[in-house]
Design a protein around this ligand. Structure first.
Ligand code: G3P
Length: 221
């Protein structure tokens, strides 16, 4: 399963890439707005830092606007993926952008029927929003599970990208049901790395090591 970072923070993305933690990035208009910087500059910088796919969302709501914005966004870098909202006119744009060779991520997916249509339209990634479904007492992960099964049954090329991830358990569940990608916000990415028993264990090992007179192969202690 690939792990993407759901963020537009150049600083946090750079750190995650340096540590080899992420395979790609997803952004959305809210995340870009939070950075308060020039849209194009931020996106260009993120695309330079990240070796894998970087999703950038259109904000137009008509087919024509989505096509025009999608084509412009796609010119920014080879690793850009255009994010299109799950609307009827959006599906048309997904089909036509995909046929031009532009990779598309269909966002704001909340049901398996939406995800099926997005895949049939030619999406490269389809993003069900897990946390936001959970907020309404649905089981968001069911949509991920259904889509993984449907795409496998019908040999659809789309990848299920589990989004709106709120905690590490979501990541584990997404992996167990076979999501191709999970996109996590920076605090959750930190949580994936850490475990308190690791910290306690390391402290104990290092305290015990003080009782050993030599350093390791002459390296300074
Ligand atoms: O980027 C799309 C999605 O991951 C947003 O998540 O936390 O705003 O529901 P959230």
């Amino acid at each position: 399963m690939q792990i993407f970072m759901d963020s537009a923070s150049v600083k946090m993305i750079r750190d995650a890439v340096q540590h080899g933690l992420i395979d790609g990035v997803t952004t959305n208009p809210s995340l870009i707005a939070k950075e308060g910087a020039d849209f194009r500059e931020v996106v260009e910088e993120i695309c330079r830092i990240v070796p894998g796919p970087v999703s950038v969302e259109v904000v137009g709501k008509t087919y024509e606007e989505m096509m025009a914005e999608g084509r412009e966004i796609a010119k920014i870098a080879d690793n850009v993926v255009v994010k299109i909202p799950m609307l009827k006119q959006g599906l048309r744009a997904v089909r036509d952008l995909s046929s031009e060779g532009i990779r598309v991520n269909v966002t704001l997916v909340f049901s398996a029927t939406q995800g099926l249509l997005a895949a049939k339209a030619g999406a490269t990634f389809v993003s069900p929003f897990i946390g936001r479904l959970d907020d309404y007492a649905h089981v968001g992960m069911d949509v991920v599970r259904d889509l993984v099964a449907i795409y496998r049954t019908y040999n659809l090329a789309a990848q299920v990208l589990a989004a709106s991830i709120r905690h590490p358990r979501h990541v584990v569940e997404a992996a167990l049901v076979g999501a191709h990608v999970v996109t996590v916000p920076p605090p959750v990415l930190e949580q994936l790395v850490k475990h308190p028993l690791t910290d306690v264990g390391l402290e104990r090992f290092l305290a015990d090591w003080q009782k050993v007179p030599q350093g390791i192969f002459g390296l300074p202690r």
